[in-house]
Design a protein around this ligand. Sequence first.
Ligand code: FAD
Length: 257
Amino acid sequence: MREIDITRGIIGNHIDDFYNALESDVIIVGGGPSGLVAAGLLAEKGVNVTVLEKRLAPGGGIWGGGMGYKYVIVQEEAVHMLDHFSIPKREYEKKFYAVDSIALASGLIFGAVKRGVNIFNLVTVEDLLIREGRVTGVVINNVFVQMNQFPVDPLTLEAKAVVDATGHDHDVIATLARKNDVKLNTPTGKTLGERSMFAKSAEELVVENTKEVYPGVWVCGMSTASVYGGYRMGPIFGGMLLSGEKLAGMLLDVCSK
Ligand SMILES: Cc1cc2nc3c(=O)[nH]c(=O)nc-3n(C[C@H](O)[C@H](O)[C@H](O)COP(=O)(O)OP(=O)(O)OC[C@H]3O[C@@H](n4cnc5c(N)ncnc54)[C@H](O)[C@@H]3O)c2cc1C
């Protein structure tokens, strides 16, 4: 056994995957529940999907359940998505299901990967490519470069559609609005900011506001609240799953054109 044979296997396979991501159909920034659901559903239809996640583990805000208690809640309307990704659930009250957060996070991650989604962790999106009034790709860097503020230039990836699935941060749209004189597809043309907790309305709005917010860039999950002035909802996750499902339907149309 030579150690460099192990190294060769890692470098070669990573470069193959990275090369494949250079021109994706869809780039999803953020590996939380909404992004992972959308990625998995698109990939099973043959769409070339890349997910970029800045943390070590994808899964976003799922892992911690509610205040560290390891269950999250999914309402009946979204249970078909749990079943689709083979994630176990327990009906603890009529129309409400308790889901082990570790099963949900790992199930969505593996569900995406086994359908062919290319997930890169430790990669942060720090800027966008914009050509003729349309977002055409992302500017990426290794997260350690960003954390240490090293003067290392980034690389770029292109896609037909870019998705902001970065949660509360709404990092992609925040960057788009901060660095460019653009009018967003919101009532004011700008981001509206997230409001305090109101679970029922939040769950409805997160699905309603899953949409194209600027040509070439869509928003899903919790970042819809920051962009469109929705509410936070706490550890109920049905809206996230349904937001991902709605997004996949919208992007399937875009990718088939
Ligand atoms: C660390 C964390 C803490 C949270 N705490 C709370 C809380 O206290 N209360 C509450 O109501 N909700 C909280 N949430 C959100 C809550 O869990 C949401 O209901 C749900 O997880 C949102 O799902 P999402 O699909 O929008 O993406 P999220 O689960 O929010 O995941 C977004 C992912 O995007 C990644 N990301 C962000 N910016 C970039 C970038 N530039 N490049 C690459 N990746 C990026 C993040 O690392 C994260 O994994 C938290 C989420 C996270 C990630």
